[in-house]
Design a protein around this ligand. Structure first.
Ligand code: HEM
Length: 394
């Protein structure tokens, strides 16, 4: 019979050992601010809208909260090292709140300060675990993409903050770096560890365990630099070639490191969804290149069907396997059915908006589907996030 691996929480404070309990919760709330923007405008509750506000909150707030929740939980386990401190978690939380509030008030500099603070804490957290004397294991080769993702984020934040002095190009390139660059690098880099583990394929070996792994690290670094150059090329006007390059790089990275060419070997709806998201990410980039008039709508195949679906799929996996719901991870629990249906409807609404003559009505419907699905997901998982882990004896 198929069984699911259950994670026993190490002894110690629950929140430090399982930071995902808090950060996934916070991430959903932040997504309501970013997506709710279109619902409140569509309903006439607000009279203005901002394209920057929405895109930045979704990527710098919502996606970052999910990424942080995952990394702060997974890195100490992989390296057999100390969990994050309360101070690190508090600064990251403050960073997420400040970046969301700053973008909501369209104060881009403040938002970028909060965002940069998150990365600075993450860097020292990861460096101490991977390079410190106490590090129990080395990271896999694809993790070279994590510092490259951080570089995308910090350069992008600096460019957005410099918008007033430098002009529109600075905001435009900054947005490309933080909205696409950071997560394309993280998806391939971190995906090389989590995707095989989730789908039932062998996890990657440690860096330095063989010359092959060292060579692989070089290839992943080249992929990260390729993503960076393609974003710079897009800014300089190569609107078709540049997203195609990114789509190819990400497809190859996910095929090699994430086993995306094969369906998951284990059952479980969330595994299928994460597998699907690995294809939606490059698909959105490709369609945006081929149909430039519908660029932003097409990019939502990447944003909603790719990044958003992957965030909820991986978060479901982490939550089910850490919170004693292992049997559900092999089936189709209702919150995962709910999130998959509502995200599909949100994507359909977002795509239809640009080809309809009722643009803002479609946006409002798409936003409403997102809110309903993510609220259902949260309603299911929140009681489990609040529950104490069972004691080893129990
Ligand atoms: C679910 C309902 C959603 C709706 C109705 C929606 C709507 C929109 C709209 C109308 C724009 C274009 C603004 C403009 O005219 O420039 C936009 C841009 C953007 N959206 Fe969404 N969106 C949704 C979900 C998401 C999600 C889940 C993410 C990320 C995970 C996301 C990330 C972005 C980004 C990064 C941009 C900026 C793209 C660019 O300027 O290159 N969106 N969205």
């Amino acid at each position: 019979m198929e069984t699911e691996q259950s994670f026993q929480a190490p002894p110690g404070p629950v929140l430090r050992n399982e930071p995902f309990r808090f950060f996934f919760f916070l991430g959903v709330l932040v997504s309501w601010v970013g997506v709710g923007h279109w619902l409140s405008y569509g309903l006439g509750v607000t009279s203005t809208y901002s394209c920057e506000l929405h895109g930045l909150i979704q990527t710098q707030g919502f996606l970052m909260a999910f990424a942080v929740g995952f990394l702060l939980t997974a890195l100490p386990r992989r390296t057999r090292s100390e969990p994050p401190s309360y101070a690190e978690m508090a600064i990251i939380t403050a960073g997420l709140v400040v970046t969301t509030a700053g973008s909501t008030l369209e104060s881009w500099r403040v938002a970028q300060l909060g965002y940069a603070a998150i990365f600075l804490v993450l860097i020292q957290f990861a460096v101490r675990r991977f390079l410190g004397a106490a590090a129990g294991r080395k990271p896999p080769a694809a993790f070279v993409l994590i510092p490259i993702a951080v570089a995308h984020g910090l350069i992008g934040a600096a460019l957005i903050a410099a918008e007033q002095a430098q002009g529109f190009w600075s905001m435009s390139l900054g947005k490309l770096l933080v909205e696409q660059g950071v997560f394309l690098c993280l998806v391939v880099g971190v995906g090389s560890l989590i995707l095989p583990l989730m789908s039932g394929y062998p996890p990657p070996p440690d860096l330095g365990s063989s010359p092959r792994e060292t060579a692989k690290a070089g290839l992943y670094a080249a992929a990260g630099i390729g993503i960076f150059l393609s974003l710079a090329l897009e800014q300089s006007g190569l609107n078709t070639l540049a997203p195609v390059v990114r789509a190819v790089v990400v497809t190859l990275g996910l095929a090699i490191g994430g086993h995306s060419l094969r369906l998951p070997a284990k059952p479980g709806l969330h595994r299928r969804l994460v597998w699907l998201s690995t294809w939606m990410i490059p698909l959105g980039l490709l369609v945006s290149a081929l149909v430039p008039d519908l660029r932003v709508a097409a990019l939502h195949i990447t944003f909603i069907g790719g990044f958003g679906l992957m965030a909820f799929g991986v978060a479901s996996h982490v939550s089910l396997s850490h919170l004693g719901m292992d049997a559900l991870a092999l089936g189709r629990p209702w919150p995962i059915v709910a999130i998959s249906v509502t995200l599909a409807l949100a994507l359909a609404g977002r795509l239809a908006a640009d080809v309809s003559d009722a643009y803002f009505e479609h946006l409002a419907w798409a936003a409403a589907f997102w809110l309903v699905g993510s609220a259902a997901w949260l309603a299911f998982f929140t009681p489990a996030f609040l529950r104490k882990p069972p004691t080893p004896d129990a």
